[in-house]
Design a protein around this ligand. Sequence first.
Ligand SMILES: [Zn+2]
Length: 384
Amino acid sequence: MTALPPLNQLLRELVAAPSVSSEHPAHDMGNLPVVHLLAEWLEGLGFAVEILPLPGRSDKANLIATLGRGPGGLVLAGHTDTVPFDDSGWDSEPFALTERDDRLHGLGICDMKGFLGLAVEAASAAAGQTLQQPLILLATADEESGMDGARALAAAGRPKARHAVIGEPTNLRPVRLHKGILMDSLHVHGHAGHSSRPDLGANAIRGMHQVLGAVMAHGDALARHSCGRGFAIDHPTINTGCIEGGDSANRIPAHCRLDVDLRFGPDDRIDALRSDLREAAAAGLTEPGCRFEASTLFDGIPAFETAAGTDIVRACEALTGHAAEAVDFATEGPFLNQLGMETVILGPGDIAVAHQPNESLPLDRIAPTQKLLRDLIARFCLAG
Ligand SMILES: [Zn+2]
């Protein structure tokens, strides 16, 4: 066993290792610098480390590190990537972990390299002991840009364990529910022409006006169906988030595009929601000469739900003193549940400071997280 560097150094090195992921190729980077750090530390602790490259991406990989054997056990999971950053908004260098105002600042320290460092440190405490059930550290790629890492794991059926905690920022409150998401682009194609002769063209913006009305009516209809889970907004929602069409006042616009985001509950299915949305949108279009087309903007992820009475939910509630909640943001939780794990989202950061300049983690979150992770490992790996 190699001695692990102190927590501060783990966090500093994780933040310093760039791993931005983005749907926009100009911002997108690999995550191997982070994966290799974790691999080195965990191998030093005696974990069996596997680095699983993402299909078609030699610069991106998931990492599974396992200590001990058995069908049960605990997965501590986190994503290695961060969102892109805007240099000008930061008061310190984003890749340099900086302490000020009783907080650690750095890109990803809240979401969620801070948890990864704490999980490695907790793993080092377990490494000297006899495990009754395995402890698995799971580090994923591309959570912030399509969840391709988690998709690849679900497709490969790895890893297998009974319980999982994903350390996304939840202010140390356990979460067992969130909505699912899908995103579509809806297009209306018309015919360009001189504005003085509308009869010779087909106005895609006029067509989109009809499609937009149909989408809004569809959203109203969806809102009459309760998710039945006590979400803050306990019904499916449609956001009409972006619209683009035409180029000048004196031309008939040939194209207009509307991007929508649809959020839904655990009883809804992505395929059915998507086809219903497209059908409703297409049915709205009656503008002569216009044609409707839909394309997938984001495949989507299912809603996440772990049953209230499960061992991991109860343990996390008891250890934090908070009843498990529902949140509004999405995680890799549905994929881990799909792999057969009972999963809770629970981490030290605050989602309110994630994805923005001066992202930070309060110093006083560190000790309670260390205790929480030690207790979870004792409960699910050390006890039989
Ligand atoms: Zn995150």
